[in-house]
Design a protein around this ligand. Sequence first.
Ligand code: 1GP
Length: 255
Amino acid sequence: MRFTTTIGPVERRLRDELEGGPIHVTLIDPEKSPGDRAASLARAAVRAGSAAILLGGSTGISRELVGEAAAAIRRSVQVPTIIFPEGPGSLAPEADAILFMSLLNSRNLDLVVRAHARAAPVVRAMGLEAIPMGYLVVAPGMRVGEVGQVDVVPRDAPELAAGYALAAEMLGMRLVYLEAGSGAPSPVPPGLVRAVRGAIRVPLVVGGGIRSGADARPLLEAGADVLVTGSVTEEAGIGEAFRAIVAEVQRGRRR
Ligand code: 1GP
């Protein structure tokens, strides 16, 4: 065949897991948790039920930090290690894949597509599996909203969010991520999640501000396929809150 755009093994594996219901993914910031610390967090997170590890943060993480953490994590767990990039500087061949994402509602074209033109040849040369994703920041947006120069989607604008998400899908992106911002006082509103879930056919990722089982449940009921948490682990390790969130996800798999 002359033309191939096959789905890679990491995305295939996530899709297979999603056939059984929602999944939980742990975000680790290699600046806060470098190398072996990242690996021990990942080990505990996977033991508690996370299906993948995302590596990223919102401030200038170096290739070395990402590479070291990715290598240590891959030695420690069997689930995919996926880069959640904050820019072309955070690419490292030690990971399994990268969320190759367009920040859909940024005013800065670099973050929509121009940085991608610089990063794409590097991703290909590194042999990283690219998973195309539309990334949509919802109010309050927190730090990513600021550094991403984002026109945030208002929390009461589900139709706007659904339009962006459907456009992402029609542009060929195979994941949509609704982001309230790391450390947001509350997650993306469930009504907005429901509207987006109803509009698209690709898996829906939701993150930002999920701190408890009570936060997670309405998002899952609204149709979130992947819940991402970062701060809860950075602040309290794999503790009660983390386990309660994962328990809600597992309950979603039994529904
Ligand atoms: C940030 O959505 C992720 O990109 C995780 O957010 O740190 O609030 O869990 P938290």
